[in-house]
Structures are given as structure tokens and as C-alpha cells.
Write a protein of this length. Structure first.
Length: 456
């Protein structure tokens, strides 16, 4: 089958393209802004890419057009497809019908930690010799790629996103995934551009649970009130909860180690490079999901000790003159707070300089902006970048909303001014954490180069 994918350079659609190619299909695709690294990864697999969405692409005559959720009505190619009455389908629907059917799907859902937990789970299964298939919104060094498909493997780990499927299907993507093992990591309000309130997201999670079979497993934290409400609306599978001292839980040993318990029974200790209680939770639920497909806790703990993290999750990009520069995907107050608190536990009294680009739709709208001062408390200095015009403009004023931070706050509208301020403030021993869900105009490399050129 020849598939032509609209919006192919997104993380999900690019991964889907690689899976479709591995499954033996001919794959082509188009996007606005076809550039590395995704373009290189796709082209290396024999996938032809076209720039833009010209209606002339109908001449490719694919058997099916796969439509990414970045595509909206008014897009010239989708309008041509609709006018011509040609077959089209969303990416999640195609994946569910053509790849995931017949697989044991282990889906990781929740507001935070999906990429890290999915990567941990895939890594555990790989280390146990189970050769998992996977589609994840990031790259873990040990896995090397974000998507993999082998027809002879029956396990599939997927990052289960609650964002909507396509312009013609407003259900959450995870509704298509035929989940058998479900990790519900946490749940709070996000995606203010498509969900009016938390209750609307809870409904989508309730619908997800309706698709898990009786022989499946649902894993959720005991203390999460939103998920408790979801479970109260009906669950038809076995449920395992975490966090209670009488059940599955973790106990911190030091900044780099923690013990895992089931009640009073100690299962073992993980020693690794990751930080924060949130990652201990991620590890625990990954271990429980792996247990559901036959991996022993001992095997999972051994694998977790070798887990090297995920790109863009407190990823150390470089150290210059004793100044460490990290890249982190955090773009929600809760994720920002847990990231900074985890690093604080590791570095002690050394200074943390937090650099924030509120870039997601929810953050630009300012829906959660009032929570940011508290989320940023673990930082010694805070640098907030917010443009006041154009597509990336904020709907709120950082200097006003973050005023509670006092003299710790440095708000900037120009990237060059932000870099200059960072250069002026940074000193040996500092940890600079750059947080954005975009590329932030390659600020990480620009900062490292600037720091290297300063004369001491």
C-alpha cells in the first residue's frame, strides 16, 4: 500500500511513517518545514518528502492519505483531497487498525512523564530480551530511535497522548490504540486550546478505560484525585495503585538512589543518573507494566540502573567554564517544579538559573501563568522569554505575573538580550536549565558558544 502522510515531520507522524515503512508499505509525505533531524531520519529509510501542501500532490495517487492533527480545513492539499473524494484517515486510526490490532499494547498516558516512562518501559522490555515495538515522543540513548516495528514482536509500547486525533476526529489519540496495559501517570488540566476544563479531559480518560479488556491492567497513583474520579466512573479491568506505604511505593536513599517496595517487602534498589521523586514514580509504574507481560521486578530494577534518561529531559547539553547547561521539555507548572526540585536535591546549594520559554498553547494563553512563581521557587534566578507580537506572542506580561519572584526575575522580549543577561550572571558552579517545548531558537548552543568566548 502507498501511504502519503500530511504533516510527516511531527514526532508522532514521523514515527508512524517509520513504522509503516518497516511494515512493508511505500511511504511518502509532506510538511511545512522539512528539515533535520526528522527529515534525515525519514529519507534514510527511503521515504520521499515534499515541502508544503500543494494540491498537485494528488498526482502521486497514493492508496490512502494519512492526515496529521496539524492539518486544518483550508489547507490546500486537504481541500483538494476532500473535493476529489479520495480516501483519508488519521494517523492514530491507521496505526490502531493496521499495526496495533493483535499486539499487546502497553500505553502510557497522563499529563506528565509520558515520554520518560514509555522509554523506561521499552528499555526494560528490551533488556529482558522481549524486542518490543514502540512509538515514543522522544529518544532515549539506549533505544536510539523514537519508533520501531518488527512484525515478529507482539509487544508494543506507545506514548498515549490525550490531544485530539485530527480536525475530523476530536477524540483523544489514545482512543485508537487498543490498550491492554494502561499506565495512567497523573492527570491535571492542560491543553487549554482544546479542552474547556479538567472534567473534559477526565471524560477522555474514562473513555480510554472503557477500551481496556477485562484481562488488562490499569496502573494509577493512589493519591491523584482526578484519576480517582476517572476510576470511579467505571473500570472493567484489574487496577494496581501506587504510592501507599501498604502497597507499591518507593523510598529515597539519596539524590541518585531509591528503594522499591511492595508493602514491607523491599524489591531492590535503583542507582541511576536521573533526579526527582517524579522519576522514581515513573520507574515504579514502568516496572509494574513490565511485570504484566512477564518481566520480573529483579530484571526491571537491573535495567533501570542502566537507563540513561531521555533527550530533552534535564539533558546535559554541555559544560563550559564550570557552568552546566541543560535542556528540558518542561512547559507546565507541575513539570517545571518537579524538574527544578529534582535538580536542587542533586546539586544542593549550587545556583540554579531557570530559563523559561512559555511556548505551548496553554502557556501562551496564560491559563496557568499564576502558578509559575511557585513552580520556579527552587531556582536562584529566573529568566523568562516572551515575545509581545506575532504568532508566538504571550497573552500575559511576565514582569507582572512573575513579579512575586522579585529581583530573581529577568524578563526579556529579545533573544539577544536574554543571552547577554545570562552571560553576565552565570558563574562557575552554576546549573542553567533551559525549559521549552520547542527548539527555543537553538539557545542552548548559542549560550554554550557565548560562554566559551568570555575572557576570564
Amino acid at each position: 500500500m502507498h501511504l502519503h502522510i500530511l504533516g510527516i515531520c511531527g514526532t508522532f507522524m514521523g514515527g508512524l511513517a517509520l513504522i509503516a515503512r518497516a511494515a512493508g508499505h511505500r511511504v511518502t509525505g509532506c510538511d511545512a518545514g522539512v528539515y533535520p533531524p526528522m527529515s534525515t531520519q525519514l529519507q534514510e529509510q527511503g521515504i520521499d518528502l515534499l515541502e508544503g501542501f500543494a494540491p498537485e500532490q494528488l498526482a502521486l495517487q497514493p492508496d490512502l492519505f494519512i492526515v496529521g492533527n496539524v492539518i486544518t480545513r483550508g489547507n490546500p492539499l486537504i481541500e483538494a483531497i476532500l473535493d476529489a473524494g479520495l480516501p483519508y484517515m488519521s494517523g492514530p486510526q491507521w496505526l490502531g487498525q493496521h499495526i496495533l490490532q493483535g499486539q499487546h499494547v502497553l500505553a502510557v498516558a497522563g499529563t506528565h512523564g509520558k515520554t520518560t516512562t514509555s522509554s523506561m518501559l521499552a528499555w526494560i522490555l528490551q533488556q529482558a530480551g522481549l524486542k518490543p515495538n514502540f512509538l515514543i515522543g522522544g529518544v532515549a540513548p539506549g533505544l536510539e530511535v523514537s519508533a520501531r516495528y518488527q512484525a515478529d514482536s507482539s509487544l508494543f509500547v506507545i506514548e498515549a497522548d490525550e490531544y485530539d486525533t485530527a480536525f475530523f476526529d476530536k477524540r483523544s489519540k489514545f482512543m485508537h490504540y487498543r490498550t491492554r496495559t494502561a499506565i495512567l501517570n497523573n492527570l491535571e488540566y492542560d491543553h487549554a486550546d482544546i479542552f474547556p476544563d479538567l472534567a473534559a479531559i477526565e471524560t477522555q480518560f474514562h473513555h480510554l478505560l472503557r477500551t481496556v479488556p477485562r484481562t488488562g491492567l490499569v496502573i494509577a497513583p493512589a493519591q491523584d484525585q482526578a484519576l480517582a474520579r476517572v476510576l470511579e466512573r467505571g473500570c472493567y479491568s484489574e487496577v494496581t495503585t501506587t504510592g501507599a506505604m501498604t502497597g507499591w511505593h518507593t523510598r529515597t536513599v539519596d539524590a541518585s538512589s531509591f528503594d522499591l517496595f511492595n508493602g514491607a517487602l523491599k524489591l531492590g534498589q535503583v542507582h541511576w543518573s536521573l533526579t526527582g521523586k517524579h522519576n522514581q514514580h515513573n520507574a515504579l509504574v514502568a516496572l509494574l507494566a513490565a511485570t504484566h507481560v512477564g518481566v520480573t521486578p529483579k530484571q526491571s530494577i537491573a535495567a533501570l540502573c542502566q537507563f540513561a534518561g531521555v533527550k530533552r529531559r534535564l539533558e546535559l547539553r554541555g559544560t563550559v567554564r564550570g557552568i552546566s547547561v541543560y535542556d528540558d521539555f518542561a512547559h507546565h507548572p507541575t513539570a517545571i517544579q518537579t524538574t527544578l526540585e529534582g535538580l536542587r536535591a542533586k546539586v544542593g546549594a549550587q545556583r540554579i538559573l531557570a530559563v523559561l520559554e512559555p511556548r505551548s498553547n496553554t502557556m501562551k494563553l496564560g491559563t496557568m501563568a499564576a502558578r509559575l512563581p511557585q513552580a520556579l521557587q527552587a531556582a536562584d534566578l529566573v529568566f523568562c522569554f516572551g515575545q509581545n507580537e506575532g504568532k508566538a506572542a504571550l497573552g500575559w506580561e511576565p514582569a507582572v505575573v512573575l513579579a512575586a519572584l522579585g529581583p530573581r526575575l529577568h524578563a526579556h522580549q529579545q533573544l539577544e538580550a536574554l543571552l547577554a543577561a545570562l552571560n553576565a550572571q552565570a558563574r562557575s558552579g552554576d546549573h542553567i536549565v533551559i525549559m521549552s517545548n520547542g527548539d527555543f531558537a537553538d539557545i542552548h548552543n548559542k549560550l554554550l558558544r557565548a560562554l566559551a568566548t568570555i575572557q576570564t
